[in-house]
Write a protein that binds this ligand. Structure first.
Ligand code: FAD
Ligand code: NAD
Length: 564
């Protein structure tokens, strides 16, 4: 006989007696009956109506998706951490050299079939950088390693092994298909950086661009830029340095105000996002931990055009300017910086009546974000190709992204001068396009080889049946070859633009149905969309998880105000 529930509770040490129905069900497979007597009498209780069916379904769906999400994430982590053995590249295949490890080159590398080429990647930066979250690194909202993906992790997961050199291309000999590369010099080794020459059959140039200063005196020596990880680290250090220095009691008022004044030049998305991040840092953290700086801390954004974010729609520009006003970020539009010294920015402001006036902005930190200019290696290449002589901004390419005036050389991203804006979106789509083009080229080569083998079979066929079968194979492959050779030109599809404007708000200009329809939105919901869009775009599962954890960390503990 089974023990009574209360007795069992005592003997098993359970605090509460078990539900008798559940208890007996644990021993017997017979269906659970509420009231045996009522069943016998045929007066069983009517079935109870299910309560909250919607919430139950929602809960089940959430629960189910959590399980599926966890399984997919775990699988993805497992496969990246346990890459399969890679075959060595086949020496008979073409040598493809890819310059750079940014948006264009990394997306090409991700999609290309590496077993079809001998691929070498050359880049002074041995990681891919998710630039959209770089402004968040300047204040510690995101830790820099969360947005870096090692190039070694990318190439180790390819179909065949890929060579990587941590070096920069210093000379591109487009006629003889040779490249001079120089080992990156940022090591602490005694010996000088080595150089070497490498040959290529095909070359893809994805070296990006450098910061433009327009030759304005003093900018290069005194300003911080925001393009790479060391730039963000330098800004983060300088923010804390200026704040700690300003708290030093012996400083006079003027000096303290100057140290706590950050001037951001350039009202494009980089300048706007940085100004917004810095003001957030001040409002949410610095003010709390270092209250003595509160009254003098100031951020000024200087823009030469009549408004900030010129590439966004009118209502979003107005919304951003209003939000900045509420956040107490000073915006000086129609103000062109002319000169910079170690502590003063001199600018020419155009007043509403059209007259001009020279203004001086004493600063502690100057961040320069006025867009791109071509890198020296690109300017040098352009100067040697007659077809590139008239280009100023970057390499001219045709509709297949082939560098004008060359053969077997393509270019992607910010190093090109096209009708598109220099964005990650454009560079990524170009990289993916080239991967498709190279995969198609490789397929065409395979078909050509098969056709010539089949033609040999046709020639040597001893009976009519074999000859006919081989001929029909030649026919079908020739048709496929023709199709694979009909390459489509590159076409950009704009998905929209997003920018963070501070106080947990973002603006978004979204495009639908191939740019034919636009939707402009701004605010806190857009900010949630901004966050989810950027997380989904992060390069790897590791990056996605690290970024989410950084956001959570800041929500819970605030940003770290210690100096690195
Ligand atoms: P990059 O990504 O700059 O990569 C260039 C690569 O070439 C790097 O690996 C570099 O080390 C390497 N390299 C440099 N010189 C050499 C050389 N001589 N030889 C070999 N390799 C070399 N765009 C968006 O669409 N959305 C955004 O939200 C956005 N946010 C941004 C935020 C910031 C702060 C910045 C700076 C840019 C942002 N952009 C954004 C623009 C976007 O980052 C660029 O358009 C994109 O990086 C261009 O990609 P790319 O591959 O051409 O060059
Ligand atoms: P940008 O070219 O978009 O903007 C630079 C701004 O600086 C311009 O508005 C220009 O008028 C201004 N300027 C130039 N010289 C000046 C001077 N002397 N004084 C005052 N103002 C001056 O540059 P960016 O913001 O660095 O962006 C570069 C590229 O990266 C753009 O294509 C941009 O779309 C892209 N980007 C996109 C995002 C995003 O989508 N969230 C974020 C950052 C960058």
């Amino acid at each position: 006989m089974l023990a009574k529930p209360r007795l069992l509770a005592r003997t098993t040490g359970l605090a509460r007696p078990l539900n008798p129905a559940l208890f007996f069900r644990a021993f017997s497979a017979a269906p659970m009956v509420r009231n045996q007597a009522s069943v016998a009498a045929g007066t069983a209780e009517p079935k109870k109506k299910k309560r909250f069916p919607f919430w139950k379904t929602l809960w089940r769906l959430t629960y189910g998706s959590l399980i599926v999400g966890t399984a997919v994430t775990s699988y993805s982590i497992y496969t990246t951490r346990h890459p399969a053995d890679q075959p060595n590249p086949d020496p008979s295949k073409k040598k493809l050299v890819i310059l750079g490890s940014g948006w264009g080159s990394a997306s090409l590398l991700k999609k290309i079939d590496a077993s079809e080429y001998n691929i070498t990647v050359v880049s002074p930066r041995n990681f891919f950088l998710f630039t959209p979250l770089l402004p968040s690194c300047t204040t510690g909202t995101i830790e820099h390693r969360s947005i870096m993906e090692p190039i070694r992790a990318i190439i180790r997961n390819k179909e065949a092994s890929v060579t990587y050199y941590e070096a920069e291309a210093t000379n591109i000999d487009y006629e003889n298909k040779k490249l001079v590369i120089k080992e990156s010099a940022n090591h602490d080794r005694e010996e000088a950086s080595g150089t070497r020459t490498i040959d290529f059959d095909y070359l893809v140039i994805g070296v990006g661009a450098q910061n433009s200063t327009f030759g304005i005196p003093g900018v290069q020596d005194n300003a911080c830029f925001l393009k790479e990880i060391p730039d963000a680290q330098k800004i983060r250090q300088k923010i804390m340095d200026r704040i700690e220095a300003a708290s030093f009691k012996n400083l006079d008022d003027e000096d303290r105000k100057r140290l706590l004044h950050t001037v951001v030049v350039g009202g494009g998305p980089t300048g706007v996002e940085f100004a917004a991040e810095l003001q957030d840092f001040f409002e949410e953290d610095l003010k709390k931990w270092i209250p003595e700086i509160a009254k003098d801390f100031k951020v000024t954004l200087v823009e030469a055009l009549p408004n900030v974010l010129p590439s966004f729609s009118k209502q979003l520009i107005e919304y951003t300017e209003k939000t900045f006003q509420a956040e107490k970020i000073t915006v000086l539009t129609k103000t062109m910086v002319k000169k910079v010294t170690s502590d003063v920015v001199t600018a020419e402001a155009t007043k509403s009546d059209g007259t001009k006036e020279i203004i001086e902005l004493p600063y502690g930190l100057l961040v320069w974000a006025t867009g791109n200019s071509a890198r020296p290696v690109i300017r040098d290449l352009m100067s040697r190709i007659p077809a590139q002589k008239n280009s100023r901004r970057g390499l001219l390419v045709n509709e297949y992204l082939v560098v004008e005036g060359t053969e077997g050389i393509w270019a992607v991203g910010d190093c090109t001068a096209t009708k598109y804006a220099p964005t990650a979106q454009v560079a990524t789509q170009q990289g993916i396009y080239l991967a498709g083009l190279f995969n198609q080229l490789a397929y065409a080569v395979t078909l050509e080889e098969e056709i010539s083998q089949l033609e040999e079979i046709v020639k040597g066929a001893t009976n009519e049946q074999d000859r006919k079968a081989a001929l029909s194979e030649v026919d079908s492959r020739t048709r496929r070859l023709r199709r694979s050779r009909s390459l489509l030109p590159f076409e950009y599809s704009h998905q929209g633009s997003l920018a963070y404007i501070g106080s947990d708000r973002a603006v978004a200009d979204l495009s639908f149905w191939g740019n034919s329809s636009n939707f402009a939105t701004g605010g806190s919901l857009t900010y949630l969309f901004w966050r989810s869009a950027y997380v989904s775009m992060c390069f790897s599962t590791r990056n996605k998880l690290l970024v989410i954890m950084d956001w959570l960390k800041v929500k819970i503990f605030g940003r770290d105000v210690s100096r690195e």
